[in-house]
Design a protein around this ligand. Structure first.
Ligand code: SAM
Ligand code: SF4
Length: 438
């Protein structure tokens, strides 16, 4: 029998892309490919790209350039671009980089094996459709192999919110929820294969409204049903929009032990003027009231968020409002970005804030966020938390896992990958905690 062909996938951007890459690898498994961790070894290279900021797209082009020698040495090597850059740029990618054989958008990756077959005679293939068929239905069921203790599960895709800065509604399309039965089947399958923690994914995951006989299910209803699965110990979800955080989902955080005390709830800015210009449809005050209600339901919840600084029109006063909001919330972990104009979005037409001023604001915001993160980590010392162990640590005898609050925790001791154990936190480092098994 011929050796299987080898597929190298490099994933950029969000967790949804990580999930998509896994599914593409499985789809290509059906076409006789096995995954490899090095491009030099590969018969096919796939870059699963992100288009959220300009730098993300430029990184893809520079990475593609690096495959020139590989392609010269192995003319049969197939090079594909998937994900949101593929969706946004389509054929333009092949014009800019003729090495590329195929371009596949996020809604068409179930067609990847067939596209790959069409490239075998040297044809170039582009598919950036938003097809009628359900890609999740079309994809082969995940093979029954054992897997690690944590998994992502995409339950919702796309977005109808149209924030003025964001490409997601254009690259991922309109908001769609997967039917309840599909999600439950996939969750059961993951648990049978050793998964103990599932993170439900969606660009606006808390807007989930999955079809079910008798009426659509909300995210809270879905979480309560998942919590009944024996062997599934932890549930998380990301990313949420403040306007879709309904009372039932807030209540679930107080009632459901398996729902972990961590919530990523991006606000983007603390200035109402900027929030309005961003078309966020909430105010700083309404966000702060929401946080109060969430903390009333689950006082120890660790909050995370996203911020954009230097949005067109942002003044020093607006930025001071962002800093005040951060002080008021106290985040355990955050992502913050300098605004990047995305072609085709409403904000792309607006005059930019001075680049040095934007960089300076980002540095000040990040200093504050880092201080808060560190303080909250330091407060964990002396506490006992649940840790799900995921892998061996870098130091001999050390094991690493994630706490209920999503902190990386290292211990030395007798514990296996996949075990959920109580750990007393004994030290706090810059990006992780150390502890001892209880
Ligand atoms: N749906 C989520 C929400 O409503 O907050 C966010 C999804 S988006 C993929 C992830 C983050 O990227 C956003 O929260 C935002 O902070 C950042 N982002 C999106 N567009 C951006 C842009 N044009 N420039 C800088 N950051 C951007
Ligand atoms: Fe983008 Fe999130 Fe706004 Fe949708 S809600 S447009 S994904 S930032």
């Amino acid at each position: 029998m011929a050796d299987p062909r080898k597929l190298f996938i490099k994933t950029y951007g969000c967790q949804m892309n990580v999930y998509d890459s896994e599914r593409m690898a499985e789809a290509m498994g059906g076409a006789g490919y096995v995954e490899t961790s090095t491009p030099e070894d590969a018969d096919m290279i796939l870059l699963n790209t992100c288009h959220i900021r300009e730098k993300a797209a430029e990184k893809v082009y520079s990475e593609l350039g690096r495959f020139k020698d590989l392609k010269a040495a192995k003319p049969d090597l197939k090079i594909g671009v998937a994900g949101c850059v593929a969706q946004a740029e389509g054929e333009e990618i092949m014009r800019r980089q003729p090495l590329v054989d195929l371009v596949v958008g996020p809604q068409s990756y179930h067609r990847l094996p067939e596209m790959e077959a069409r490239t075998s005679n040297g044809s170039k293939v582009v598919d950036t459709d938003f097809p009628e068929e359900d890609k999740f239905e079309k994809l082969k069921k995940r093979p029954q192999a054992k897997r690690g203790p944590t998994a992502f599960l995409t339950v919702q895709e796309g977005c109808d919110k149209f924030c003025a800065f964001c490409v997601v509604p254009y690259t991922r399309g309109a908001e769609v929820s997967r039917p309840v039965s599909q999600v439950l089947t996939e969750a059961h399958d993951l648990v049978e294969r050793g998964v103990r923690e599932i993170t439900l994914l969606g660009q606006n995951v808390n807007a989930y409204h999955g079809a079910h006989e008798g009426g659509d299910w909300s995210l809270a209803t879905l979480i309560r049903a998942l919590a009944k699965i024996d062997g599934l110990d932890r549930i998380r979800f990301t990313t949420s929009h403040p306007n879709d955080m309904d009372d039932d989902l807030i209540a679930a955080h107080g009632e459901c032990d398996k729902l972990m005390p961590y919530l990523h709830l991006p606000v983007q800015s603390g200035s109402d003027r900027v929030l309005k210009a961003m078309n966020r449809k909430h105010t700083a005050e309404s966000y702060l009231r929401l946080i109060e209600r969430i903390r009333a339901a689950r006082p120890d919840i660790l909050l995370s968020g996203d911020f954009i600084v230097g949005f067109p029109g942002e003044t020093e006063e607006d930025f001071a409002d962002t800093m005040a909001l951060v002080e008021a919330v106290r985040y355990g972990q955050c992502y913050s970005f300098k605004y990047s104009a995305r072609p085709g979005t409403p904000a792309a037409e607006r005059p930019l804030v001075d680049a040095d001023a934007a960089s300076d604001r980002l540095a000040r915001l990040q200093a504050l966020l880092t201080r808060q993160q560190r303080e909250i980590q330091d407060e964990m010392v002396g506490r006992e938390v649940g840790v799900l162990f995921e892998r061996k640590g870098r130091i001999a005898g050390q094991m690493t896992g994630k706490s209920d609050y999503l902190h990386a925790v290292h211990v030395k001791g007798d514990v296996e990958v996949g075990e959920l154990r109580r750990v007393r936190i004994t030290e706090s480092g810059p990006n992780s905690l150390g502890g001892v098994l209880v």
